[in-house]
Ligand binder design. Structure first.
Ligand SMILES: Cc1cc2nc3c(=O)[nH]c(=O)nc-3n(C[C@H](O)[C@H](O)[C@H](O)COP(=O)(O)OP(=O)(O)OC[C@H]3O[C@@H](n4cnc5c(N)ncnc54)[C@H](O)[C@@H]3O)c2cc1C
Length: 386
């Protein structure tokens, strides 16, 4: 035992139930407004701000807000255990599902594992151990399945389940991870941290503390092949994890050298209780940046559509453009392009356009079933065909 039966996952999967829609309505008593451009992109929130821990947590992905909230919720007896992931001993970037039930175990779960991960397996461990109050940390696909499980299973109805969501995009399957990392980094063996950043570059941190910065535009062309990403992630329409009590990312925070600013989206009263646990420890700031990013999204959308349409295209192993030119373009965009919430707006729209055309050209039967109703509204705003 100890594993959640896979037929239950299939029954509660978003590809059966669709993204958001009824789920969002059940949680918030309403679906996101189609008249509110910000809510359409960021989901329903009661409060949003940027913040970092005054004392960043060594080894966490950013400043460690998620891990500290989990530890504080445990210390305050709000939860008996945390359903999340720890690092595998085989590969720094691989995960093992865990039910962390003491402070050290919870600390050990910090940091990203950028691979598809069966987070919800530990729900069954929590049930077997008779826990009544748990915290679940996961991506949007985990939250969608969890919300469905909470309706279907009596023992979960009786549990108090608090949730923290990560924004998530471009996750990969384990079998592809090393192949991808080898094509991004000059030194894949020493890589310890990887993130797609607001300066239009991938930052890869290494064991010796150095950071490699590769412009998105200069990656080998073969990394633009949608076939290297899991079909499930390419069909995701909830980048910002809208069914979690609170989402903690970085993408809507302005990138400031030497800082670890994060972006916090409080969605429910439970999310507010969780973030309030850190009131003394957080340096908080209002969101910054201007909302407008239309021309940048439109510039990218033509090639996204083409790329999603060409199902049998052969991709070259060469860089799309030379590194020096990519660095120049990234620097120009960093200066003149969207920042703060404008960058989050850009990134949400970029991915939902990419995923809409991915599903449209590769799984047209799923289009009606899984695409939430705000997506066609946004595409229409840009004058893009449905
Ligand atoms: C594949 C991937 C893509 C992401 N893309 C974005 C993005 O585009 N924009 C953005 O703002 N944020 C993104 N994030 C989230 C971001 O990188 C940070 O995890 C988040 O900001 C929290 O930082 P922290 O320092 O508070 O986290 P920490 O305190 O280090 O805690 C991170 C938590 O996330 C859990 N976790 C790690 N990997 C996974 C996983 N694969 N599945 C489920 N849970 C996991 C850990 O177990 C831990 O509980 C992504 C995360 C992943 C894994």
């Amino acid at each position: 035992m100890g594993e959640w039966p896979s037929e239950q996952n299939i029954k509660s999967c978003v590809f059966k139930n669709g993204w958001l829609g009824e789920r969002e309505k059940k949680l918030f008593g309403k679906e996101r407004s189609l008249d509110d451009p910000v809510e359409m992109r960021f989901g329903i929130t009661s409060e949003r701000f940027t913040a970092q821990l005054k004392k960043p947590l060594e080894g966490s992905q950013w400043s460690g807000i998620i891990t500290r909230m989990a530890v504080r919720a445990f210390e305050e007896n709000m939860v008996e255990g945390v359903v999340t992931l720890r690092r595998s001993s085989d590969d720094h970037f691989f995960s093992v599902p865990v039910l962390a039930d003491n402070r050290d175990e919870i600390y050990r779960t910090r940091g990203n594992k950028p691979v598809l991960s069966p987070v919800l397996r530990s729900l069954e461990t929590a049930r077997q151990r008779g826990m009544k109050k748990i915290l679940v940390i996961g991506a949007a696909c985990h939250m969608h399945a969890l919300r469905d499980f909470q309706e279907r299973f009596d023992h979960l109805k009786e549990m108090d389940i608090l949730t923290i969501g990560i924004p998530c995009v471009d996750n990969v399957s384990r079998s592809k991870w090393r192949w991808i990392l080898e094509r991004m980094s000059k030194s894949p063996e020493t890589a310890r941290f990887m993130e797609f950043m607001q300066d239009f570059r991938i930052h890869i941190g290494h064991a010796d503390g150095s950071v490699e910065k590769i412009p998105f535009f200069s990656l080998p062309e073969e990394l633009a092949d949608p076939g290297i990403f899991p079909e499930s992630c390419m069909s995701c329409f909830d980048y910002l994890n809208s069914l979690a009590d609170i989402t903690v990312g970085y993408i809507g925070a302005e990138l400031i050298e030497g800082e670890k600013m994060q972006w916090v989206l409080v969605r429910t009263p439970t999310g507010k209780k969780l973030i309030d646990l850190l009131s003394e420890e957080l340096a908080r700031c209002p969101e910054t940046g201007s909302w407008e990013c239309r021309k940048f999204v439109l510039n990218a959308s033509k090639s996204i559509m083409e790329n999603m349409r060409q199902i049998d295209r052969q991709y070259s192993t060469k860089r799309k453009i030379p590194l020096w030119l990519g660095q120049f373009m990234a620097a120009m965009l960093r200066r003149n392009g969207p920042k703060g919430i404008g960058f989050a707006h850009y990134s949400v729209d970029f991915h939902l356009i990419r995923h809409y055309y991915y599903v449209k050209y590769r799984f047209p039967d799923l289009l009606e079933k899984i695409v939430p109703r705000h997506v066609p509204v946004i595409l229409t705003e840009y004058g893009l065909p449905l």
